[in-house]
Design a protein around this ligand. Sequence first.
Ligand SMILES: Nc1ncnc2c1ncn2[C@@H]1O[C@H](COP(=O)(O)OP(=O)(O)OP(=O)(O)O)[C@@H](O)[C@H]1O
Ligand SMILES: [Zn+2]
Length: 621
Amino acid sequence: MSRETYVTESLGDIYERVKTARVLMVGAGGIGCELLKNLVLTGFGEVHLVDLDTIDLSNLNRQFLFGHEHIKKSKALVAKDTASKFNPNVKLVAYHANIKDPQFSVAWFQSFDLVFNALDNLDARRYVNRMCLTAEVPLIESGTTGFNGQVQVIVKGKTECYDCNPKEVPKTFPVCTIRTTPSQPIHCIVWAKSYLFSTIFGIDEDDSPDLDNSVNADNASEIENLRRENAELQRINDAFGTPDFPRLVFEKVFKIDIDRLLSMEDAWKHRRAPVPILYDELQKLADAEVKKAGSKVAADDQPVWSLAENFVMFKDSVEKLSCRLLELRKNAPEGGSPRPTLSFDKDDDETLDFVVAAANLRSQVFGIERKSKFEIKQMAGNIIPAIATTNAIIAGVCVLQSFKLLNDDLAHAKAVFLSRRPERIFSTESLQPPNPDCAVCSVARCGIEVDVEKFTIADFVEQVLRGKLGYSEEVSVVTDKLLYDVEFDDNVDKTFKKLDIGDGTFITIIDEDEPQGSTPRVNLEFLVYAREPTDDAQATYKLTHIPEIPRKPVRKQVGEVGGLSGDGELPAGEGKGGGKKRKAEDDELVEVSATDAKKSKVETVDEDVIVLEDDEAIEIE
Ligand SMILES: Nc1ncnc2c1ncn2[C@@H]1O[C@H](COP(=O)(O)OP(=O)(O)OP(=O)(O)O)[C@@H](O)[C@H]1O
Ligand SMILES: [Zn+2]
């Protein structure tokens, strides 16, 4: 019997719909490989897949569409080639690209019946969520962490979207723990990865962290020290790429800075004082070890490296990364901005070696246990081991949920949770209606066409928001950062282009005007369409339509929660009051949230913390 006969027998009438379905799968990693296999074997008519990454050795244990011969090749293209052999009747189209690229427009999203997310980061998930809401295409969102997994069905206006529930708050470490009093290996790893690495290789010299906003009575001296250390590091950066550079960095962070810490005698009354380490001594130690062990020094990632091995790797990785960055800068377009930088990637051996060696050397200084490269890779990459079986189960659930959508049976679609609890592996929940306070789905939407090289924030605020749409002074303009509000007008004369607003950028307008007895208007989300530059002196714009922007509903009490009723429609007037979502467990999916700029601005006020954002950047508040 042919495959088609089996599928017809098991799926019955839905198969006709499956055969003609045109679907998009974003991400071809752990879940994506399993999902693509399922889609192809089920006989979905046309599957488009997007992944920006290339195949890494560490993917092969579970991403079974890839083999050794594919390492460094595009995940999307190889996944397509391998899976196309499973079922020649399925049309596969692969893109080696970032889903955020402008080529993937709203119209392109609209051309699909369904979108599947098989991603590994919050930023891309949120982006696809928004695109699907804008394009009004159903989204099946999935994720796994170790033995846990979940699938969520998202349909605009009918269910919660990905952002209806706040995501876990970023894990933070106080600045003083990281900078002055580390006591655990993770503190040294965070220092190496998020502070030292980005100061040397990541931050444009013109754009060093602005700490002014963060100075408060408690951390003023700390911030002052940090500022001075940054300035010193910048000076060392003048020697970037020269043979002296690794030594200068080493002496700065493991001797000069430590001596300065030691001068704060009070700090060491009740704790072990750090002990600086000396370049020349370690060089001697390393020479002796290299003589004995030859090229085997620090070759392995399982054993904990000796002090000398960490020293050798530190120098070696600083040299290699400096060369790499100089090469990037050499090849960057003249006057182009931003200047090239390097970012930490746990799968990039040279960046990992740097973090391992720098973290372990710092651990030595503070009398903390050193860790192996293998362990540090997990800690620095926030890795909970991926489990192939979890991915396979979740990918299966995604397809089962997609049948409900293709069959127009949203009422029977569910949010599905997989966990390792012995009494119940699966739990399900009815889909909840959108959260009326959600800043992403409970919004008005509109497209705006502009010449981004001419149109400024002032034009936008004056002509569009105040002139055309009747907003008051009390309004904030936000992308992934705050661009404008009544107290922040630094950007008013900047063009959209200068602020990185281009084709496909979302701009959110938050109404903060709360007239007596009324609520503010819901957020308005603009999607920018960049127009071909013209010679017009006037900065003009065109809206796709005049949006209706209703006022926010008056907040409901907790408990007024309604699931989808039998016919898949919302019970009239019901909203999500909260509390219905599965309770977070200790081992729940850990997502490090890059909350929207406006929100994080508020949330981190007065905090003396380092915030690890989703993109692993360091933010010092
Ligand atoms: N913006 C994006 N556009 C396209 N693909 C993306 C984007 N962000 C992430 N991805 C892809 O999503 C996939 C997620 O797969 P997975 O969670 O298995 O991660 P991985 O990088 O393959 O594995 P690991 O993180 O465990 O090393 C990756 O292949 C990644 O390249
Ligand atoms: Zn929402």
